[in-house]
Design a protein around this ligand. Structure first.
Ligand code: FES
Ligand code: FES
Length: 382
């Protein structure tokens, strides 16, 4: 058993859980918060959607131990929330529910949508809600309900009226793990200045123990790049375009994104940008993205810093994983593995390039993320 402390609906909670206990089971069985429903238990239907650190997430594929120190909000935690009250009324008025099994998760996703996209049209609402399945209502009423609240949210007076209640009204929460320190490196030069609405940006950087010219050449060698990226498989390529597949496993979820990208490189500035899109036919998740990178010399030109900025938009059942802090940490681990492999491929490390794993073992990486967060928390508590 593992001891965890977290904040659930504003209340500090401490408990002992099995490492394999999913958050949904912990909430339902130990805390008796049965408003969180379980449908598929495979991260597909969205019935178990709750907020973890303010971001919608699947509680059926999230381990309770991974939430140590975090803030959880379930459907029971929205009793005094004016925006949620509006959504509940709208769902009722627009016939957005029948049996109600999906409704808790649907409402939590809907609230997130109207907060992020107050100008959302029907297409945007349907796209953003695509990770929440309803087996009996037919979606028209649900979409109408969300649209009616979103349009009201676009009015400044309405936004002020549904401002969240003051934190002082709640019991003192357990302190979350400290945020990672801001990175000093600027974003890659060719990344767009602003992030598109609904997209997520991740900035990372790493150092390769080789001069910029060598790294620049290596990054143009697409088979070499694919061999260094865990889970990647290249099926076609020429000087400016690639086609391939990226395999990811996250607990019970396995995704295999097939897609293509075009690559533009600026030899003078040593910057590049890859723009692409992919689809996982299994989960029906789709992604579009841009990866911009920039090389700068370090250590008198003997080393190269590679600054990477990734902008992406993920739609479908996997979308709720994509905006969480864990996803950012996870991306950091992927970049670190890529950098280590590229160092070895260039003879800058201690061995020949490791064979790329057949799939990106997200679960293993996720555990290392969780472990590093625990260490952060322990250091912070001292
Ligand atoms: S029960 Fe969690 S996504 Fe279906
Ligand atoms: S209202 Fe029955 S599953 Fe959505």
């Amino acid at each position: 058993m593992t001891a965890i402390s977290l904040t659930v609906n504003g209340h500090a909670v401490s408990a002992e859980v099995e490492p394999r206990t999913h958050l949904a089971d912990f909430l339902r069985d130990q805390l008796r918060l049965t408003g969180t429903h379980l449908g598929c238990e495979h991260g597909v239907c969205g019935a178990c959607t709750i907020l973890i650190g303010g971001v919608p997430a699947r509680s059926c594929i999230t381990y309770a131990v991974a939430c140590d120190g975090l803030e959880i909000r379930t459907i029971e935690g929205f009793e005094d929330d004016a925006l949620m009250a509006e959504l509940r009324d709208a769902f009722s008025r627009e016939h957005g529910l029948q049996c109600g099994f999906c409704t808790a998760g649907m409402l939590i996703s809907a609230r997130d949508i109207v907060q992020r996209f107050p100008q959302a049209d029907e297409r945007r609402i349907r796209t953003e809600l695509s990770g929440n399945l309803c087996r009996c209502t037919g979606y028209v009423g649900i979409v109408n309900a969300v649209a009616s609240v979103a349009s009201r949210q676009a009015e400044p007076a309405a936004r002020a009226a549904v401002a969240p209640p003051k934190a002082a009204a709640r019991p003192a929460p357990v302190q979350s793990a400290p945020a990672a320190p801001p990175r000093a490196e600027p974003p890659a030069a060719s990344a767009p200045e602003t992030v598109r609405e609904g997209w997520t940006r991740i900035d990372e950087s790493f150092v390769i123990a080789a001069p910029p010219a060598t790294v620049w050449q290596a990054l143009a060698d697409f088979p070499k790049v694919a061999a260094c990226l865990p889970g990647a498989e290249l099926t076609e390529h020429d000087a400016r375009a690639v086609k391939g597949r990226l395999r990811v496993k996250l607990g019970p979820m396995a995704a295999s994104f097939a897609g293509s990208a075009t690559v533009q490189r600026d030899e003078t500035a040593m910057t590049g940008i890859a723009k692409g899109a992919g689809t996982d036919s299994g989960s029906r998740s789709r992604t579009r993205g841009e990866l911009a990178y920039r090389l700068t010399p370090e250590a008198g030109g003997r080393q190269t810093r590679v600054a990477v900025t990734v902008d992406y938009d993920l739609q479908g059942p996997l979308a709720q994983f994509s905006r969480s802090n864990l996803a950012r940490d996870f991306a950091g681990r992927v970049v670190a593995e890529f950098a280590a492999n590229l160092n070895r491929a260039l003879g800058a490390g201690d061995a020949q390039p490791a064979a790329a794993p057949q799939s990106l073992n997200a679960l293993g990486l996720l555990w290392s993320v969780i472990w590093s967060r625990l260490k952060q928390l322990i250091a912070w508590c001292r």
